[in-house]
Design a protein around this ligand. Structure first.
Ligand code: FE2
Length: 454
């Protein structure tokens, strides 16, 4: 891992040694970091006066009274308190970033859908805010249930412009290009095969390091993402805590006219201030952004016959309040060996109470060798049957039962307990594949009443 580059004028905490330069390893740890020596109070959170003339401020990511094993908050020591980083608000239109419920009477969300990748439009500056294109919404942003899924199409850095969402955390899955997230709590660089989690309420600016940049975002209105319980798998494999990286403190002391955009209850608001809000010199706590390299995900699967439900590939899960039924699961289908004997190896045909939105990061997905293209997406909504297309079925039904390495493949799923509703952009944009449903059309009836393998 390389140390993330810094914008001019930003000061960062000294790097840790070894592979952790610029980041601290762990998931949900109680981190502490300071960009100036002695900026972090020791032994207490709220001294009468903070060193360097900093203001102490708590950022609460859960209710004060959340159970201690779920309670998340971070203490920030900053040049100005956050109340100086907003002023009066005015509403603005961000027409393509939708929030649930976004249900249109003339759009049919009941169906199996697939989309081609969309190019980042040339000749138009698209930032993290204006380049967000919502595909589906589920649940209700006002009751903090459900989610929305977006594609981002970004070719322009935010200039003296900052953003935070009060509506949910964002899970970012890049597919092309490199971005730098300059956040209140530190700097994250992100590229394809990595993901990042940006907590609700965190202020940040997004810069394009290598563009154009395209990827997927899951906006989680509900409880925060956490690591799934491994059950009998034990203490290792799947996503391991040490592979998550949280940035060390970094701040800038910059007094220029600046704009903060806030997403709140599905609406966008702008406020004007005279300085950068990225002014946290030191912080400690467990509510912070992080990144994770998907190549460190250790898949577990069948070693003799059949295969487990796809939940075996869960990277992160956001609970819904109903035990075992996620508001969102983030599931990864990556390179792995297929070794099961006498087994139909691809994902089987099924219907699911959960709604499944998939995206292809790179390569070929085994159940859909054609048509599900890197940068593309598919949706199999609540109780809509789906499974391998004819080619995949015929291949898997006749392939020799030898170990096969599934190479050159990385796809993911945002799976939610709520039905997913297509936005107008998803339903009417030219990249919707009208013929997707036909991929199952040529599946033959093999049954003729006589016994034997057909
Ligand atoms: Fe499925």
């Amino acid at each position: 891992m390389t140390i993330p580059s810094l914008p001019d004028g930003m000061t960062r905490a000294p790097s840790l040694s070894g592979p952790h330069q610029g980041y601290m390893p762990g998931f949900g740890n109680d981190f502490e970091t300071e960009a100036l020596p002695g900026a972090l109070p020791q032994g207490m959170n709220s001294p009468q006066k903070c060193n360097y003339g900093l203001y102490g401020e708590q950022l609460s990511g859960t209710a004060f009274t959340a159970p201690s094993h779920q309670n998340e908050r971070t203490w920030c020591y900053r040049i100005r308190p956050s109340v100086k980083h907003t002023h009066r608000f005015r509403k603005i239109a961000v027409p393509h970033w939708k929030s649930a419920p976004d249900i249109h009477p003339d759009i049919v969300s009941l169906g199996q859908y697939r989309w081609d990748p969309v190019s980042v439009p040339a000749g138009e500056d698209l930032t993290w805010i204006t380049g967000m294109r919502t595909m589906v919404t589920a649940g209700d942003v006002n009751t903090q249930t459900g989610m929305a899924s977006h594609m981002y199409l970004v070719n322009a850095s935010m200039q003296d412009e900052y953003f935070f969402s009060a509506d949910g955390e964002l899970l970012v899955v890049p597919q092309e290009g490199r971005l730098r997230f300059c956040t209140e709590l530190g700097v994250i660089e992100l590229e394809p095969k990595e993901i990042a989690i940006l907590p609700r309420g965190l202020v940040y600016r997004v810069e394009v390091l290598e563009g154009p940049a395209r990827g997927f975002v899951c906006e989680n209105y509900g409880q925060k993402f956490q690591l799934p319980g491994r059950g009998p798998i034990g203490a290792n494999c799947m996503a391991n805590r040490r592979d998550f990286k949280t940035p060390v403190a970094a701040f800038e002391d910059r007094e220029v006219p600046s704009k903060v955009t806030v997403k709140w209850c599905g609406q966008f608001h702008v406020t004007e201030i005279g300085h950068s809000p990225l002014d946290v010199v030191a912080w400690h706590g467990n509510y912070a952004p992080c990144k994770y390299d998907l190549r460190t995900y250790c898949p577990v699967g069948a070693v003799l016959f059949d295969h487990p439900d796809p939940s075996i590939f869960t990277v992160l899960t956001a609970p819904s309040g109903i035990e075992g039924t996620a508001n969102i699961d983030f599931v990864l289908f990556r390179e792995r060996w297929m070794v099961a004997e006498n087994t139909f190896r691809p994902p089987w045909y099924h219907k699911n109470v959960m709604s499944e939105l998939m995206g292809n990061i790179y390569g070929v997905y085994d159940a859909k060798p054609k048509g599900f293209i890197p940068g593309g997406m598919s949706l199999h909504n609540c109780m809509l049957p789906h499974g391998p297309d004819r080619n995949a079925f015929e291949h898997a039904s006749n392939e020799p039962m030898v170990p096969v390495r599934q190479s050159d493949t990385m796809s993911f799923m945002f799976e939610t307990r709520f039905p997913q509703h297509l936005t107008e952009w998803a339903a009417k944009a030219g990249h919707l594949q009208e013929d997707y449903i036909d991929c199952w059309g040529s599946l033959e009836k093999k049954f003729d009443g006589t016994p034997g393998m057909k």
